[in-house]
Design a protein. Sequence first.
Length: 124
Amino acid sequence: MGASKSATTVKRPILLIAMGAALLLQPGTAGAASLFWSTTPVHTAKLNQCLSFARDAMHDLNVQSIRVSRDEVAGTSGGAYAAITCIGTNPATAVIMVVGDQDDETSALRDSLKQKIAGITIID
C-alpha cells in the first residue's frame, strides 16, 4: 500500500492558517496609555541620596510594590506605574515619569511625586 494523504489531512493546515489569519485581522481595541513626566532639582548633589528621596516620596504617597535598583525607584499606584531616576547635576535632578490609562490619575501622581521629592531636605 502506498502512502496517501486523506483530504482531511491536507485541508486541516489550510483551515488552521485561515483561522489564524481571521483572528489577526479582527479589529481590536487598543488601550490608550499616557506618559506624564517632569524634572525637579532636589536638595542634594549625590545620586544615591536623590534615589533615597525618590523612595521616601513613593513610600510617603503610599505607592505600592516599590522596587529600588541602582538607577531608579519604581512602583504602582492605582492604575499608574511610576519611575524616578536621578541625573548627576549640582544639585541633582530627579526625573519623574508616570504612565497610566487615566490622564487625571496619572498626572496627579506625577505632580504629587514631584512636589514630595522637591520638598525633602537633609537635616545634619
